[in-house]
Design a protein around this ligand. Structure first.
Ligand code: PGA
Length: 247
């Protein structure tokens, strides 16, 4: 079955690097049966869109403003992203929470902005190491789901993909077991069924993210209830990411 393989390039690649990356990467994934998306920095979006014209690879942004427009120096709106051809946007990444102090309430507003412009949302959720070690991860995941999806209509959920990204696994090489991922996927789907309906929970697309690489991707793709991967570090190497996309 078709999997969703998404690459979060984070704050990497100037325009020239992006050009080299596209040249290498796009050739290698031409035949892939999976749904592939890349999430470059804002400054590379327009250029990358041009590179993607003859490709099935989708384009996403890594963040957006929670506001429509106006005096918000340095911010990028959903409308701006849409106008340069972005189809998806990552919201609520743990790096934004930790380093830029984003709260669930802001993330909720960002989701609504993105949806209002027809962007699909990749909502990142995950527990901290402390919450995992103290068996508070169920509560933590439920709270994030409940607060970030607050006020949404059930039919909007088809445009939301949730990425389970345990914070302790991001960029660390520390991996959860498949059983732990499956348990988290169940917790997330359960909470979506509490907030919306069991049908919405069943239809929900769930990704796993955190230290995914060519060696471990197959085991995560095989986890029950997981529909794909959100790849950070390993998506920066065109060769390596193409292998994951083709798996
Ligand atoms: P990582 O990042 O693959 O480098 O752990 C994943 C992410 O931050 O989405």
């Amino acid at each position: 079955m078709k999997k969703l393989i998404y690459g979060n390039l984070k704050m990497n690649f100037n325009l020239k690097d992006m050009e080299n990356y596209c040249e290498l990467f796009l050739k290698k994934v031409e035949q892939s049966k999976n749904e592939i998306a890349i999430f470059p920095s804002f400054t590379n979006l327009m250029f990358t869109k041009q590179k993607l014209t003859a490709s099935k690879v989708l384009l996403g942004a890594q963040n957006l403003s929670s506001e429509v427009s106006g005096a918000y120096t340095g911010e990028i709106s959903a409308d701006m992203l849409k106008s340069v051809g972005a189809e998806l946007v990552i919201v609520g990444h743990s790096e934004r929470r930790k380093l830029f102090l984003e709260k669930n309430e802001t993330i909720n507003k960002k989701i609504k902005q993105a949806l209002s412009q027809g962007l699909k949302v990749v909502l990142c959720v995950g527990e901290t190491k402390y919450e995992r070690q103290n068996r508070k991860y169920k509560m933590a995941l439920e709270k994030i789901i409940s607060e970030t999806l607050k006020g949404l209509y059930e039919n909007e959920l088809k445009n939301i993909i949730i990425a389970y990204e345990p914070i302790w696994a991001i960029g660390t090489g520390v991996l959860p077991t498949v059983k732990e991922i499956e348990e988290a996927a169940n917790i997330i789907r359960n909470q979506v069924s509490v907030e919306f309906t069991s049908q919405a929970a069943k239809n929900l697309k769930l990704l796993y993210g955190g230290s995914v690489n060519t060696q471990n991707c197959k085991q995560f793709l095989g986890a029950n209830g997981i529909n794909g991967l959100l790849v950070g570090g390993a998506s920066l190497k065109a060769d390596e990411f193409a292998k994951i996309c083709n798996s």
